[in-house]
Design a protein around this ligand. Structure first.
Ligand SMILES: Cc1cc2nc3c(=O)[nH]c(=O)nc-3n(C[C@H](O)[C@H](O)[C@H](O)COP(=O)(O)OP(=O)(O)OC[C@H]3O[C@@H](n4cnc5c(N)ncnc54)[C@H](O)[C@@H]3O)c2cc1C
Length: 592
């Protein structure tokens, strides 16, 4: 059975030594999060994830969710009890605003906890993550009455939330959406239609489920401009706010699927269900984006989380499994063979995972910190800059962390040889679970198009220029230090390639948008590598400042591995981008 140990020390190092979180004490919620409090929260979360959730991961996979004849859904054994503990521990809405019962903790802290939750049991953790998306949408777009009715229960975790976008005929292209909303005399709407693939659409963990549903009001314009967002509770609320009559929404079936079996993926039937408009009419997609951005970052964290847990188990196996001898001569001559960790090809896989995990964790926390600034700072300019960063990094974190996270679960499985392919060691579950993160919340291809098509040019390229300026400023400042040359020199080269790719798009994509489409995924990967490379420089800087502490020298080596063995992929991505779309698009569809 796989094991998991939450990387508390690494998170503490990032928060304290790399990002100096104490400098943000002026932000609400930060002053209370002293280093001791932060450490205590992380240790407590680690305990919950390691002791309660991780042991349920395999059970959830094997048992899955069951739908009964009346449409109710039972989650796997143990989930209900674990969910009660999650709520009692205050983990559900720890960073939500205190005015609605949250603890107001910095997101930079709770995002770290979310990694632990996903590593230990992704299918379980999704139930509470979706509620956070619903909270974000209602908090930002709901009326005062809606906030009062729903937020507190969603934040505490007593109620769950869902996002209902996908329909049988459309997932990416929501302009084709058919779900209808008919206005009622009392101001509510009657919602009719079918939604598919709805995560946590029905389950037995909470007293109520608050569905956020995209639908088209009668007479609304076609396409994405005619979509509105509705709150549709499973149980309608009584005047006192308690769940009352059952609403006309039900789970028609649950999907049989590749992974995350512990999370119910439901077909949801809305048969004239009562819903309430939230946000402006016909601006539902805009309101839903608040929810989707929260969710996209969270899905990026899933990629990192599964990579981390898969890595930990691969390391344990590589130290234990005996096979062959080290190329330079036996390392453990007293044993019948050396452990496979002596082999460079096994090391290549382990180091790739480790070098990714540590930098990806830094990128997530850096971006979460920007999210805190964007929401909590009193300085408008600072808020704008942080918001720019979030917009730019959201598709990169979602796309790159889930692509590489999945690749890493495969590498970890590979280290187990045939024992990774059979179910016994749990490695194939990580592969199956990680795969969905590349697909939902907008496929990774769509993330790449969002980056290239929208985020690059947004506000005259302001976000982009700010990031370029920050990284090149860092390179200029630290490039003179010979000890940093092995890190800063490759980063300078990679940043130059990113700049070249950006310029190439500006010159070649406007006239032929296929050039942008064909190069978008390479661009996103190139961008991600530069961002991770920058994170490695910052990590190495901090590690050098405290080399006396345990593990710091390791970081210098892992950072060098990243620079020498992973970052050079930027050149390949640039070459592909500059090849343009011609050979990609030349064949007519009939030739396939
Ligand atoms: C387990 C699971 C859980 C899910 N949970 C939810 C949920 O909770 N709520 C919800 O609303 N949905 C959910 N989804 C749906 C998910 O978000 C969609 O499957 C996803 O967005 C892709 O949509 P699609 O399946 O319709 O694929 P399509 O949109 O048909 O895309 C098919 C392929 O074409 C590509 N493509 C499509 N359009 C374009 C374009 N314009 N340019 C370039 N490439 C394009 C895509 O990248 C993809 O590779 C879930 C799905 C699964 C499998």
């Amino acid at each position: 059975m796989p094991t998991y140990k939450a990387p508390v020390d690494d998170v503490m190092f990032l928060l304290r030594d790399v990002f100096h979180v104490e400098r943000y004490n002026n932000l609400p919620g930060f002053a209370d999060a002293t280093p001791d409090v932060v450490e205590a929260v992380l240790v407590e979360a680690a305990k919950f994830c390691e002791d309660v959730l991780a042991p349920l991961n395999r059970i959830g996979d094997k048992e899955g969710c069951r739908r009964h004849a009346d449409g109710s859904v039972t989650t796997p054994p143990g989930f209900k009890d674990a969910y009660k503990k999650l709520v009692a521990g205050g983990w559900a809405g720890a960073s939500a605003p205190a005015e609605f019962g949250g603890q107001g903790l910095p997101t930079v802290l709770t995002q770290a906890v979310r990694e632990f939750l996903y590593s230990s049991n992704m299918a379980f953790a999704m139930y509470s993550s979706l509620a956070l998306g619903a909270v974000a949408a209602i908090y930002n777009h709901g009326s005062a009455e809606q906030k009062a009715r729903y937020l507190q229960k969603l934040i505490s975790g007593e109620w769950a939330g869902t996002m209902n976008l996908s329909e049988p005929q459309c997932g990416t292209d929501l302009g084709q959406l058919r779900c209808r909303a008919v206005p009622q005399p009392d101001g509510s709407y009657q919602i009719t239609g079918t939604k598919i693939f709805i995560s946590a659409g029905e389950h037995d963990l909470t007293d109520n489920i608050i569905h956020l549903v995209l639908a088209r009001i009668e007479g609304a314009p076609p396409g994405t401009k005619g979509i509105s967002l509705f709150i549709v509770p499973k149980f309608l609320l009584n005047p006192d706010g308690a769940p009352g009559a059952r609403n006309a929404v039900s789970c028609g079936s649950i999907e049989e699927k590749m992974g995350i079996h512990g999370n119910a993926t439901c077909v949801m039937n809305y048969d004239g269900a009562t819903g309430w408009l939230t946000g402006e009419k016909h601006r539902g997609l805009y309101a839903m984006f608040t929810m989707m951005n929260t969710a996209r970052l969270s899905v990026g964290v899933q990629g990192l989380a599964l990579s981390e847990v898969a890595y930990q188990n691969a390391v344990a196996y590589a130290k234990e499994r005996l096979s062959g001898r080290a190329l330079g001569g036996a390392k453990f001559p007293q044993q019948p063979a050396d452990p496979i960790i002596v082999h460079p090809d096994v090391r290549r896989m382990l180091m790739t995972m480790r070098a990714f995990n540590e930098a990806a964790r830094a990128l997530v926390l850096w971006t979460a910190l920007k999210g805190d600034i964007a929401r909590r700072s009193t300085d408008a300019k600072e808020r704008e800059a942080a918001d720019d960063h979030m917009g730019l990094m959201t598709p990169v974190i979602k796309g790159v962390l889930t692509d590489q996270g999945f690749a890493n679960t495969v590498a970890a499985q590979q280290i187990f040889g045939g024992h990774g392919y059979i179910a016994e060691h749990g490695m194939e579950q990580f592969v199956r679970d990680a795969r969905i993160a590349m697909i939902y919340e907008g496929t990774n291809g769509i993330q790449a198009l969002d980056l290239v098509g929208r985020k690059l040019a947004k506000d005259g390229g302001r976000a982009f220029q700010a990031l370029f300026a920050e990284v090149s400023g860092y390179i200029n400042e630290r490039g003179a230090d010979p000890a940093m040359a092995p890190y800063v020199t490759p980063l300078r080269q990679a940043l130059g390639e990113l700049r070249e790719a950006t310029t190439w798009f500006m010159q070649n994509a406007l006239g032929n948008p296929d050039n942008a489409g064909a190069g978008a995924t390479d661009y996103m990967q190139l961008f991600g590598l530069v961002a991770l490379g920058y994170m490695w420089c910052r990590i190495v800087d901090a590690a050098k400042a405290k080399t006396a502490a345990a593990g710091m020298d390791d970081k210098l080596i892992i950072g060098r591995f990243f620079m020498e063995r992973m970052l050079p992929a930027t050149a390949t991505h640039l070459a592909r981008i500059k090849a343009g779309a011609e050979s990609t698009m030349a064949l007519p569809a009939e030739a396939f």
